[in-house]
Design a protein around this ligand. Structure first.
Ligand SMILES: [Cu+2]
Length: 393
């Protein structure tokens, strides 16, 4: 069915029916409209102007690692950006400024942008992900888990408050992608690369990006404002359920809000990149998280828009590979960013104390795969992790 035809059919169906009960079968198509409330957009965002403000130098001096901690260090104009944490410490190791660590350049493990992959490689990846959505749980993570997919979602959902809106955001999600890749290999024999998605190419029309087809991730339909979205209705992920939803078990669902997806832009990405000498990790992290990252989550909802269950949608992992790509690109602009971190692991309330993010900060998946530290994941071209991105060669 052509998308335009489908959308027309959906609009007509929506006009004649507004059943209030839990789910209903759409009379004009095979789509099931979800009836849990439209996701409250749980990923906070900032505007382009706020992003530019956030990236202003002088919150911290990355060269000295000198920090003006709890008073005065904060950019006065940022006060309404809840999730922005105040950098209060730096853990650059001595000599880092003059001797960046030698990097082994793992050029044999390149993460490709989705659209550059061959058809067989795309299908190979999708088939491995489908396998993971059905693989039996490893156990010991969550008694409610029926699959490893549930365990991944549980880990991300349970830790949600500790890994979003704090400076652990980028390292933890890098670690989480590593856990996911490990499971794809171990449980489903996947030996191919982990793709990323240059979603800025599809701003305002994610549905037409070529990813959301019955062969790959399943169709994504644009929806009107206030429409709750549709259960995934075709492709390898049809029937997938979110077992962490507060309303109980619900289908994994999508509906593109194009007004939001239009805001996933190269301009935002470039602001957050900050140039060679601008931007500390906390600035870069908050900027990335609160702009393109959050917008894409909110745009694909309702599953992706609910932070606690977002990993149930398989697109999550390509999206976070794009987030990780942005971090690595930022790190590449200053080699010291491969050896030092700064910021806070906690949400610092006004005047509150910062628990510093350090190289020894532990990144956990609650036992799904072994814990690592920030040190282990900071450089993706070392012994623990060995990859880079096609656009960063
Ligand atoms: Cu997350």
């Amino acid at each position: 069915m052509k998308l335009s035809t489908t959308v027309q059919a959906l609009s007509a169906a929506a006009a004649v029916s507004a059943a209030p009960h839990s789910r209903r079968q759409d009379t004009h198509s095979d789509l099931i409209q979800v009836q849990f409330p439209p996701a409250e957009l749980s990923a906070p965002t900032i505007t382009l102007e706020e992003a530019i403000q956030l990236m202003q130098p002088a919150v911290n001096d990355i060269a000295d690692g000198i920090v003006d901690a709890l008073d005065g260090g904060r950019n006065g104009d940022d006060e309404d950006i809840n999730s922005t944490t105040t950098p209060t410490t730096a853990s650059f190791e001595e000599g880092d400024e003059t001797n960046p660590p030698a990097r082994t350049a793992c050029r044999d493990s390149i993460r490709p942008e989705w659209n550059s992959m061959s058809e067989p490689d795309k299908l190979d990846y999708i088939s491995a992900v489908q396998c993971l959505t059905q693989a039996p749980p490893r156990g010991g993570i969550w008694p409610g888990a029926v699959t490893i997919w549930d365990e991944l979602a549980f880990v991300h959902g349970t830790l949600s408050g500790q890994i979003h809106g704090v400076d652990t955001f980028l390292p933890w999600h890098r670690y989480f992608l590593h856990a996911y890749e490990t499971l794809l290999a171990d449980e489903c024999g996947y030996a191919g690369p982990m793709p990323w998605w240059r979603e800025t190419d599809a701003a305002g029309d994610l549905a037409g990006s070529g990813l959301f087809t019955p062969e790959y991730f399943g169709t994504l339909y644009p929806v009107e404002e206030g429409h709750p979205g549709y259960c995934i209705s075709d492709g390898p992920f049809v029937g997938l359920v979110d077992r962490l939803h507060p309303d109980g078990e619900v289908c994994v669902a999508r509906g593109e809000r194009t007004s939001i997806s239009a805001g996933v832009t190269v301009e935002m990405q470039e602001v957050c990149h900050g140039g060679e000498n601008a931007g500390t990790l906390p600035q870069h992290s908050a900027c990335v998280e609160l702009t393109n990252h959050s917008r894409l989550h909110n745009a694909v909802g309702p599953t992706m828009a609910r932070v606690g269950g977002s990993t149930y949608d398989a697109i999550f992992y390509l999206h976070h590979a794009y987030v990780d790509f942005q971090w690595k690109s930022w790190q590449n602009a200053d080699q010291r960013r491969y050896s030092g971190v700064e910021g806070c692991v906690n949400h610092v309330a006004e005047g509150g104390a910062c628990e510093p993010l350090t190289l020894d900060t532990v990144l956990t998946s609650l036992g799904l795969v072994p814990d690592l530290t920030v040190r282990d994941v900071l450089d993706t071209e070392n012994e623990t992790m060995c990859y880079t991105y096609d656009d960063l060669l």
